[in-house]
Design a protein around this ligand. Structure first.
Ligand code: UD1
Length: 416
């Protein structure tokens, strides 16, 4: 089984390029199902999650060609509307195919996603939205079956600004009759990227990036070309890596506007963060201090950066409180960080962290994608050698993680 072997490293130095955003590319590949024409997407990161969604589309009948970081997707021959357990089980984001398939083909049958490491992650809001648009939804034998000869626009209030539900409803709304309004919509930059792609296909989506999105349905969508925005979570992870090693690095291809809360918290801790051209310099200029963090939907602090910031807080003298409000069970990394010598107590939805003088290397396991990244960061500053196992989680969302870290001087090797 593949693992990372990490040795205590010197402060990271140098430059590295940030890849396209995983959380943009997955819904955008799904959205290509809305047209029979060819779509060309570039800036696509080479990730396991991207492979899975491509396999799902190919299972449905898509023809996908990959040229470097560019995907050419031809959906002119979709003959299947069933998404099997095998693929949905591997990646929850497979559920993003539901909105486009239903809107385009009038029917979709998809395996229920089931639980996952960071909580139960229900899909009630996706289904509530699609039902309000006239879909007939039935559940049975582990599958969700949705049918609608024609979806009709409706006003849908989301009880929580779910990213996936906003995306699914937005995609379904593009081909619905009349206007669909999503209230309390998610405002993440990846939603805006998806809306831009949909509009390039001929859709009429307004308000993406605010809490109210209006979609005026059109009769058909055409093919489009699109470049994926930079991955703000990959960038944030490298910023935290610079902090935890006391480094000075330059990240190319970063939109710092998408990273405001991460930038604010790193600056509050004492880091220098400076936007230069299309990138950002992150430099440790003085001993860092502990800061409190609370995760929230965008533009609040991203839950996908919580674990990495916790790894950092474990190494800074003083105490900090990290509160997770987005997912109910996203502290799986705590017990692994404790194996490295961290001092963390969990009270309800908060983790109370007392910085320790040093972490000490041992074998730990990645319990989910961001937890895995956090353990790698901790390994960079732990005494001796840290081995991170179950790194298939990390492969899901970081392109060439070890290579990029090594480019900055980190002592990290992959063993397969
Ligand atoms: C997306 C991101 C993921 C990120 C998360 C929150 C992708 C592919 N993944 O996941 O990296 O961590 O946003 O920023 O973009 N919820 C419900 N009912 C629903 C749907 C969600 O109660 O129908 C709840 C979830 O249980 C969770 C919260 O809403 O507590 C946020 O989930 P959501 O925003 O939907 O996350 P995802 O779209 O799955």
């Amino acid at each position: 089984m593949a693992k990372y072997v990490i040795k205590k490293s010197l402060p990271l130095e140098g430059r590295v390029r940030i890849s396209g955003a995983k959380n943009s590319v997955l819904p955008i590949i799904a959205a290509s199902l809305l047209t029979d024409d060819v779509c060309v997407i570039d800036g696509v990161p080479s990730l396991e999650d991207v492979n899975i969604i491509c396999r799902l589309l190919e299972f449905l009948g898509s023809k996908i060609d990959v040229h470097g970081d560019c995907l050419r997707i031809d959906n002119g021959n979709i003959k299947n509307t069933v998404a099997p357990y095998e693929l949905v089980r591997k990646m929850r984001a497979s559920f993003l195919a539901v909105g486009p398939l239903l809107a385009k083909s009038g029917e979709v049958k998809i395996s229920m996603p089931g639980g996952c490491a960071i909580g139960t992650r229900p899909i009630n809001l996706h289904l509530k939205g699609l039902a309000a648009m006239g879909a007939e939804i039935s559940l049975g034998h582990g599958f969700i079956h949705a049918k609608a000869s024609k979806l009709t626009g409706s006003t849908i209030y989301l009880d929580f600004p779910s990213v996936g539900a906003t995306e699914n409803i937005m995609m379904a709304g593009t081909l619905a009759e009349g206007q669909t309004v999503i209230e309390n919509a998610a405002e993440e930059p990846e939603i805006v990227d998806l809306a831009n792609f949909l509009n390039a296909m001929g859709a009429n989506v307004k308000g993406a990036g605010t809490d109210t999105i209006k979609i005026d349905g059109v009769n058909f969508l055409k093919g489009a070309n699109h470049s994926i925005i930079p991955d703000r979570i990959e960038a944030g992870t490298f910023m935290a890596a610079a902090a935890i090693t006391g480094g000075d690095i330059f990240l190319e291809n970063v939109l710092i506007d998408h990273l405001k809360p991460v930038e604010a918290k790193l600056k509050e801790a004492g880091m220098l963060v400076e936007e230069i051209g299309d990138g950002v310099r992150v430099k440790c200029v003085k001993p860092l201090q502990a800061v409190d963090i609370k995760t929230l939907p965008y533009p609040g602090f991203p839950t996908d950066m919580q674990a990495q910031m916790m790894a950092l807080m474990c190494t800074i003298s003083g105490s900090s409180i990290i509160t997770e409000t987005v997912f109910e069970n996203r502290f799986m990394h705590v017990s692994e960080l404790k194996r490295l010598g961290a001092n963390i107590k969990i009270e309800g939805r908060s983790a109370i962290i007392e910085g320790v003088e040093k972490l000490t290397g041992t074998q730990v396991k990645a319990t989910d994608l961001r937890a895995g990244a956090a353990l790698v960061l901790a390994g960079l500053c732990a005494e001796g050698t840290t081995e991170v196992v179950d790194i298939y989680h990390i492969d899901r969302g970081y392109e060439n993680f070890a290579d990029k870290l090594r480019q900055l001087g980190a002592l990290i090797y992959r063993e397969d």
